[in-house]
Ligand binder design. Sequence first.
Ligand SMILES: [Zn+2]
Length: 333
Amino acid sequence: MRDFPRAARRGATASAAVTAALACAAFGGTGTGTGEARRSPAWCKPGGTLTARAMPQRVKITDCDLRGRTVRGSNGLSAVVPSDGTSLVAHALRTDGAAELRIGVDARAGEITIATRSGRDPQGRPRHFRAAAAACDDGAHRPESSKWPKGTTVQWRYSPGTAGLPRDPIAKGIANMVNANTDCTDAKKFTPPPDIGENYAGQSDQGPNVTGAAACGKRDQANTFGWLAMPDAENDVLAATCTWFNGATTVETDMALQTQGRRWWTSGTCPAGSYSAEAVATHEAGHVLGLAHIEGTEHAELTMAPAVASCDDGPATLGKGDYDGLIALYGGR
Ligand SMILES: [Zn+2]
């Protein structure tokens, strides 16, 4: 089945043979030879990227086997649908908001579900402007679809990319989340810390499983965080994080900070128009641990708010809701 998209690209001369191969692939091999093979829907094109807008939110694998195919959401995010039974969430943090693409694979039920969410979409109810609550008082938090088992030490590898940017702010960002670093207490930490750990396991020569378009690619079982040139990403993308999960348990996360056309504040005073690498890495580490965005202007001071301004290092320290969310997921250590 995996050979199918390549076969389809061979061209029109082989079209008859390719069509037969498609029927086999699309129906999982069950429809052939019975004389009652169903036609796949028109949107289920044999090659290239499929558009979520054109397909139902719930797809029967017997109608169109999306596993291994790239699906693009209405908010511009895309991901390769996992073929190993895991589901995934793709996050992109943008200069003007954030976006999510969720692909649920339920092999037992034979269904794949696709959902997108974007900070730029209308939020249903009109949003009235409200002054942001102080980060130390705002307890709002929202869990992702999955988390690590309580007490896990998340082993991660660093991918340096090619832009000569340092590891330090990314390592600090992950530590900020795990250690619940904050400006809200004299000790500069919330206590107790959540029962989740992290460990730097060395440099990666593979890179994160994030594509040049800031899409989630095929996973490789290693948690890889680092810098990546994503030349095909939309202009406003700062970072992308992909989480793969089985049931409600996270099995892999990868994080990439955009180096292409983006200036980063990594030490000293902030060069105008740059973004704090530590702040962005802290926010992305929240996704790695299972925190979702908290939308709404009244929550704009939280690390998990879906936006970060240039030269804003505020998200590098946790607000009450960020901490409460970690405790809700993992309990105290
Ligand atoms: Zn985010």
